[in-house]
Each structure stands twice: as structure tokens, then as C-alpha cells.
Design a protein around this ligand. Structure first.
Ligand SMILES: Nc1c(C(=O)O)ncn1[C@@H]1O[C@H](COP(=O)(O)O)[C@@H](O)[C@H]1O
Length: 153
């Protein structure tokens, strides 16, 4: 059977962000939502990030989740290159506890919004992505309703 086309694009600034982002992938797996994962830094590989972000919508991606730590510009740079909504996940850091990542991500200039979840809020980023898609996709909305029913039981 052919793999379903990914609808969530997950990008992270470093392979070192992968463990903190596992709950995002696990939540999307649990909800049956196909995703793609890319490791690329806006600082270290700007051309790769540019190309990935600019072509995301054409690949069928509906929502982007961008995770990064420290001077976490990745979400904002991705948002500059795509009309898709971007959810940023600030990574907890050893020096400043993730406040550095959070402030870098949340303080976007007017005109280029980036939604931002809590420090290491990978699971919530996944749920929020499905909620966004649910605004015009009843099957996605049902997945979130099912999750809420499960939490309440
Ligand atoms: N914030 C960014 C960006 C970016 O914003 O483009 N690229 C890498 N990083 C972050 O640097 C931290 C340390 O990365 P390394 O472990 O590779 O040195 C990671 O949390 C990564 O997301």
C-alpha cells in the first residue's frame, strides 16, 4: 500500500533536538496523521531550509512544526518562505533553560506570525497542528474530539 502523503512538516535545527521532538511524532502517529521530518538549520544550511519551506505547500504539507533551541530563528525563517502556518517548539537549553529559544521564537515582527507552544511542548505542537487542519477537515477535527474524549474518560 502506498504511504499517505505527509500533511505535517516537522523541521528541527539539529539532530540533537530529536529526543525532545519524539513526543510530537508519537502524537501524530497515535492520531494517524502522516508527517515528514527534516533536520536543517537556518543558520548552518540556509539554502536547504529555504528550499524545504518554499516547496512545502506544493508537497501537500498543511502545517509546519519547527523546533529549535538557543537563538531559535528557524521557525521565523521558515515562516518567511511559506504561506503555511508555522508552530514553533522552543527547545530546552542547558545555559538558559529554553527561555532563550522561547523568546527568539515568540517575538516575531508584525506581519510574520509564528504560533509558539511551551518549552519542549512537542506533543502540544502535534495536537495544535491537527486542530488547525480540523478547521476545514472534519476527519482531522474528529481526531481531536476523540483525543479530548479519551482524556476526559
Ligand atoms: N536555533 C538553531 C538553528 C536555527 O534557528 O536555524 N539551527 C540550529 N539551532 C539550534 O542549536 C541548538 C544546538 O545545536 P547543536 O546540538 O547541533 O550544536 C539546537 O537546539 C538547534 O535547534
Amino acid at each position: 500500500m502506498a504511504e499517505a502523503t505527509p500533511v505535517v512538516g516537522i523541521i528541527m535545527g539539529s539532530e540533537s533536538d530529536m529526543p525532545a521532538m519524539e513526543p510530537c511524532m508519537a502524537q501524530l502517529d497515535a492520531m494517524g496523521v502522516p508527517y515528514e521530518v527534516k533536520v536543517a538549520s537556518a543558520h548552518r544550511k540556509p539554502a536547504v531550509v529555504h528550499e524545504w519551506a518554499e516547496t512545502a505547500a506544493d508537497r501537500g504539507i498543511k502545517v509546519i512544526v519547527a523546533a529549535a533551541g538557543k537563538a531559535a530563528h528557524l521557525g521565523g525563517v521558515v515562516a518567511a518562505f511559506t504561506p503555511l502556518p508555522v508552530i514553533a517548539v522552543p527547545m530546552k537549553t542547558s545555559d538558559l533553560g529554553g527561555l532563550d529559544s522561547l523568546l527568539s521564537m515568540v517575538q516575531m515582527p508584525s506581519g510574520v506570525p509564528v504560533a509558539c507552544v511551551a518549552i519542549n511542548g512537542a506533543k502540544n505542537a502535534a495536537i495544535l497542528a491537527v486542530q488547525m487542519m480540523g478547521t476545514n477537515d472534519p476527519a482531522m477535527l474528529q481526531k481531536v474530539a476523540d483525543l479530548k474524549a479519551e482524556m476526559a474518560s
